[in-house]
Each structure stands twice: as structure tokens, then as C-alpha cells.
Design a protein around this ligand. Structure first.
Ligand code: PGA
Length: 271
């Protein structure tokens, strides 16, 4: 019995050690979605104060909504200026007009850009309704090169591990490209669309290679539906079937997650 428990402790300790050795990602805990958003907004604001012409890589989806609202509050109430900030978004659906309420153009203007003093020419979002999508991918990569490096890239994470719209199986070497959305991603995003609408099948997304060129990456995860993905991100191996695992190659990644999103990880790892 004693032998087994000593052996067990050794195996567990060794596994923790191995994880610590391999994993440079920093984890910031938040009690809930509100606190997570406050911390994300604060990290962004501190960067912009220090570097008023910072390049921000921005994400869409449910997770950053409150973060953007708080940035708007900083602008309105504390006169924080975003005048010289440059932004570059991760992705956009193919085939939705820019004024469609579910397009990521609409989302970004509605949640953030219309309410701060950023200059329109400093805003970059891939055009999912470009006539020539291959050319649009090239244009976006050129913008990325001009803006390089992104000072802070905000990311969400899909429950299947996607970052941007880089779905499982995407080579980590990809730059901007047209991707077919997985069934689980389309299902997860149905909640944003009207009943009679269908979630687009394709999207244009910044590739993983471009994401990895960012100076700092801040991945936001909130809620139980992200708990397995967060656990896999922290404890799993690098694997193209789990796109977020590419972040293990980067030396400045922070996972900012709330208690619910950390639930599964905390069952097996003290953080
Ligand atoms: P969510 O999406 O913020 O709506 O959960 C994140 C993502 O799919 O990247």
C-alpha cells in the first residue's frame, strides 16, 4: 500500500514537473467573466498608455464583448485616446455583407470602433465579401507585414481548440487563407444568428504563423464550455488537431481564464 502511494506521488510529481518544463504559458485567474474582462481591458489600456501607436490584434465572439465595452468606458469616462492605435482583426465570415449584424465588421464597429477615437484608416478587418478572395488573402498578409509586429494579440478559443478560425488540422505554418468552418464551430455560433439564418460555411482567417509573430498573446477563456479546451491547451502536446497548442511555441502567451474555464485544469493541476 505504502509502496503504491509513494509510487503514485512520484508519478504525479514527475508529470507536473514535465508540464512545468515544457509549458511557458502564464495563467491569470479571474473569478468570473466580469473580472476577466476588467483584467483584459486593463492589460490593453496599459499597453496603449505606454505605446499610443500600439498594434492590437483583435478577436470577435462572445468573450471579448465586455472587454471592448470597458475600453469604450475608458475612452468616454477617462478620456483614454485610441487615436494612433492600429488594429488588425483575426477573421471574417465569407459572404456576409459588412453591414450584416453577424459580420465581424459590424461587430467591431458596433462594439468598439464607433465609440472610440481610432482613425478609420488604422482599422483592418479581412473582407469576407471581396470579389477575389485569393487576392484578399495576399492583401491581408501585406497589411500584416506592414504592421508587424502586433504588440498584443487578443484571442478567444473554440471548444475544439480553434484560434481565429483556424480549425483542427490546420498546419501551423499557414498565413491568411480561406477556411471551411467545422460543424462544431458553426453549431457554437448559431446562437448569434436568427433562426431562419444559417451560419456561413467559410471564413477568411489570419493563419497561425501570423498569430505566432505577435509580440504578446492574450488568450481569453470564460465559462464551462471552455474548460476542456483550457485543460488541453495547458497540459496537452503540440498537435495540429488542436490549433491552440501552436501557442506552446511562443514565449509570451498569457491565458486569462475565469474559474469556470479553469475547472477541469484545476482538477489535475494546482495553479
Ligand atoms: P466565443 O468564441 O468568444 O464566442 O466563445 C471564441 C472562439 O470561437 O474563438
Amino acid at each position: 500500500m505504502v509502496v503504491f502511494s509513494i509510487l503514485g506521488t512520484f508519478i504525479v510529481a514527475k508529470r507536473y514537473y514535465a508540464v512545468k518544463e515544457r509549458n511557458k504559458m502564464k495563467i491569470i485567474k479571474a473569478s468570473d467573466y466580469e473580472q476577466l474582462s476588467e483584467k483584459a481591458a486593463k492589460i490593453t489600456i496599459e499597453l496603449v498608455k505606454e505605446k499610443p501607436d500600439a498594434v492590437l490584434g483583435l478577436a470577435t465572439g462572445g468573450t471579448p464583448v465586455l472587454t471592448y465595452k470597458l475600453l469604450v468606458d475608458y475612452h468616454r469616462k477617462l478620456h483614454m485616446s485610441f487615436r494612433d492605435v492600429k488594429t488588425i482583426n483575426l477573421d471574417e465570415y465569407i459572404g456576409l455583407p459588412e453591414d450584416h449584424p453577424q459580420s465581424y465588421h459590424y461587430f467591431m464597429y458596433n462594439k468598439l470602433f464607433n465609440h472610440i477615437d481610432i482613425r478609420p484608416e488604422n482599422i483592418h478587418i479581412p473582407r469576407g465579401n471581396a470579389r477575389n478572395l485569393a487576392e484578399e488573402c495576399i492583401r491581408y498578409d501585406e497589411i500584416l507585414e506592414i504592421l508587424h509586429p502586433i504588440d498584443l494579440q487578443l484571442l478567444g478559443i473554440g471548444s475544439n481548440g480553434h484560434i481565429g478560425f483556424n480549425e483542427p488540422g490546420t498546419p501551423f505554418s499557414k498565413k491568411t487563407y480561406i477556411t471551411k468552418l467545422s460543424t462544431s464551430t458553426r453549431k457554437a455560433n448559431e446562437r448569434f444568428f436568427q433562426e431562419e439564418e444559417t451560419v456561413p460555411e467559410y471564413a477568411i482567417t489570419m493563419g497561425i504563423a501570423s498569430i505566432l509573430k505577435s509580440k504578446k498573446i492574450l488568450l481569453l477563456a470564460s465559462g464551462k464550455s471552455k474548460a476542456e479546451a483550457v485543460k488541453q491547451l495547458v497540459l496537452g502536446e503540440m498537435d495540429e488537431q488542436f490549433p491552440a497548442s501552436a501557442l506552446k511555441q511562443h514565449d509570451n502567451v498569457t491565458i486569462l481564464a475565469d474559474n469556470q474555464a479553469l475547472e477541469e485544469l484545476q482538477k489535475v493541476k494546482r495553479i
